[in-house]
Write a protein of this length. Sequence first.
Lengths: 338, 561
Amino acid sequence: MRRLLLTSLAFLALGTAAEAQNRTRLTVYTALENEQLAPFKAAAERAVPGIEIAWVRDSTGIITARLIAERANPRADVIWGLSVFSLLALEGQDMLEPYTPAGAAALRPNFRSGREPMTWTGMDAFVSAICFNRVVAAQRGLPRPTSWADLLQPAFRNQVAMPNPASSGTGFLTMAGWISSQGEAPAWNFMTRLHDNIQVYTHSGSAPCNNAARGEYAVGLSFDMRSVALRNQGAPIDVIVPTDGVGFDLEATAIVRGTRNLDAARRLVDWTVSREANELYGRFYALVAHPEAVTTVQNYPADFAERLVNQDFAALAGRRDELLREWARRFDGKSAPR
Amino acid sequence: MPDGGAFHPRVSDEQRLMKLALGGAATFLLLGLILPLGWLFARAFQDASGGFVGFANFAEYVATPSLAVSAWNSLWTAALTTLLVVPAAFTYAYALTRSRMPGKPVFRAVMLLPVLAPSLLPALALVYLFGNQGMLRGLLMGESLYGPIGIIMAQVFYCFPHAALILCVALSGADGRLYEAAAALKAGRGRIFLTVTLPGARGGLISAAVVVFTLVVTDFGIPKVIGGQFPVLATEVYKQVVGQQNFNMGAVVGLVLLLPAVGAFLLDQWARRRQGGFLSGRAVPLEPKPRPARDLPLLGFCTLVAALLLLVVGLAAWGSFIRFWPWNLSLTLDNYDFNRFDSAGWGSLWTSVRMAAMAALIGTALIFVVAWMFERGRVAGPLPRVVGFATAIPLAVPGLVLGLAYILFFNDPWNPLGFLYGTLAILVLNSLVHFYTVCHLAAVTAIRQLDPEFEAVSASLKVPLWVTFTRVTLPICLPAILEIFVYLFVNAMATVSAVIFLYGPDTKPASVAVVHMEEAGQISAAAAMAVAILMVNVALKALHLAMAGRVERWTQAWRLR
């Protein structure tokens, strides 16, 4: 009896081991929000047989730094859900595997790599937005802004927090959006006037909205999706998508050059551009790459897509160092917080 | 090498063995510290594509306007923090070791609270107290918390136990005979303090100042969270590495950061050379007698300090039970349901415990043996000096820099140690190396309090060195060894900056989960995870305190007359 039990146990162990071996474990680097990881993994593993997703999730800056530091010996198989600016930096270092996923041609043209074969494909757009604390604004008699230009009013002096573009990708995107929508010289002029109303340039991209939610500032400049978790916890904040043109970033997908699981990585990436996957993204984001996918996220203005500026990601990524130097020259030298 | 008196035995097999072992230690430090840092710092002399550019990056960096400002800010905030912390820590340590005030075990335990918790806790508590919605914001008289004020307050809190620990060790090793002699010579109390107590603690005071100064200069967590836009050198590293993925410039700033720390190290060495081991084999422990004029003010001071420490931690703990500061202060346990915020859930805490336990077990044994060989091995040549210098480096290296260096070195395709990458083992190694310096200092301090005569006598009695080590040195130093174990464990539980680059899909530590939840705006949940880490550390510390009394009675009885 005991022997029988042992034998069957051994077979059971062998069986599960064999099953695990059949599934290819893909290491996927991502900057997706925590609550998106489980549904994304479940949906992908259901749709693509034979793969298992192992996430490494961190903030955009950390994940990008890790990827670049690991360049000599890549550990990630796939990048799924990382800023397109990061992917363009990786592309510049020849770190992305050229591959056009099946069906990628159906994606919006400005949501995919211009190369042939493609190096990355977009998932969804996230935009820079204003996190506005209603309670603090009422205490201090601040008007509700609807555009970037509104933030220049003297009433907002020392009320605005934004991420430092040199420390945070969010900060760079916010700045890039102004440059794309207003033109370069007017954008610097705008930032110089906004500088008078800035209370603090934070190092973290999420801090302005998080701290605005806690009432530390009345206004925090950040991304739209930052606020969902905060509002669910009862923070009195509104997210305002300004009417005078917003910069946006794409979350995007790519295969890491040098992956040891190229075949499985390709199958996963094929699925990430599908309409089904895009509808999954649409549960969290208002604008996704697949034009036919239906988005179900709430609380976005109807003309959301029209507010997005026309943005040349590659050109902006190429000028990043230059723009950051100029930003630092103008605004970073001032030491004392005001 | 400390002078061991006139006793110079011939080179024996034993010494060859000792030299070999010290060589092993040097190899370990080479692989775990020097080579990774070399891999990174080489980038300081390269351009983005890997070509050699000499000092071009340094020239570019010197030309940026923010350098002078951030260097000056780093120096003055570190200096001011040191000036605030060291006298307070000295008074506190003096009360614990040289007075008869009641409640010493409690004060000793409370003193450690800041190192037991991730640095997010004091930052959160300061926001609750002095932020723009804070309960006591009026006390800042219109000044903003987010800047030097916040940085210094948080750093004072964070550095206090480090200084107090070093000073407790320094003050507890007094020779009672010196005080008897001074009293017999009719020296006044003030004079005894100035001529016996202070000189005896000089090494400890300088070490404490060096440690605090270096901690403040290299820490980026506190300036990042609460420093607003106040630029310091450590946040410059963050900007370069994480903000812009410019490793060349990150390496340049990392090298610049080593400078003040190297200066501080040389100062420390100079001071130590002037002070030999002073607890001779004939020393008797100092037994302070009750004296209310001294004990009561000290009790008042310690109560105040302990109350402040408890307030900060208590406030943050309260923050882990509220729904959302400051709008909804109703209490809830939901924040501890970590699965709602992070897919690893409570699992990351278990990862942290395993990592910390391994780092503490391996690290304590390794660090103590190395420190002993370094101090008492009588190895000739430059080897001990090299090892000594290497042990001082980790304190001066920001965790971010060490983490990046580890990726570049251990992930290099030809590195035969590459199999470690992405495993729990590399997190263990990294934590162990990251916190090496203070442990080494503590071990050396404990060993130096033993008269080298112990070894000399053993040698003349032809007792092998290792027997002296296991029969005399180890038992006498057991309290210090336990301290080192606890120090390594609690720091490995709380550390973020280095491991954030190194964890793999299955090895995410709880401290990293704290950062992730904070970034995602789940502030109460982040506080809850930080409190969970704190509780694990408090439990270990409580166990340690319960054991320490017994260990003390068992191993230190010889000191009594």
